[in-house]
Design a protein around this ligand. Structure first.
Ligand SMILES: [Zn+2]
Length: 145
């Protein structure tokens, strides 16, 4: 792992394993360091790895890079309690999302002070994606307050 980048990234539960640069983009490969996960259905602890799923997730920009991406290796475990496979939970992002919670929050803040069109242009996102972040963040924040 890369300790300095792990510290800079500051996301709970994951380590930066490696990184690469591509033009004005930074790509960090991250992995959760726990060797087990709790099944979301029956809450039994599983250590039985089923398969790996890698996905690219947008995060807040680091340093001078215009875009920062996480290549998240989200492992699937097999639960012996209910017999079903499940993806390990990541506390900094929602299931099947292509962005971290804190990035969605930052985009929403920008939308409130600007417009969807401006934000989508500045961030290099489609307007649909910006809207999906606004919806996602407002639901999530409604649940946690
Ligand atoms: Zn289970």
């Amino acid at each position: 792992m890369v300790p300095l980048l792990t510290q800079l990234l500051g996301l709970p539960g994951v380590d930066v394993e490696s990184y690469e640069e591509s033009g004005d983009e930074l790509i960090l490969s991250v992995e959760r360091h726990a060797e087990s996960a709790h099944c979301p259905r029956c809450h039994q602890l599983s250590t039985h790895l089923h398969q790996n799923h890698s996905s690219r997730v947008r995060d807040l920009p680091i340093s001078h890079y215009r875009k920062t991406w996480l290549r998240v290796n989200r492992r699937q475990f097999k639960c012996f309690g209910c017999g079903k496979p499940f993806s390990e939970p990541l506390e900094f992002m929602g299931v099947r999302r292509k962005y971290t919670d804190r990035y969605a929050d930052a985009v929403v803040q920008q939308v409130m002070h600007s417009s969807t069109k401006n934000v989508s242009w500045n961030q290099g996102l489609s307007e649909d994606l910006v809207w999906s972040m606004v919806e996602y963040a407002s639901k999530k924040n409604a649940l946690s307050s």
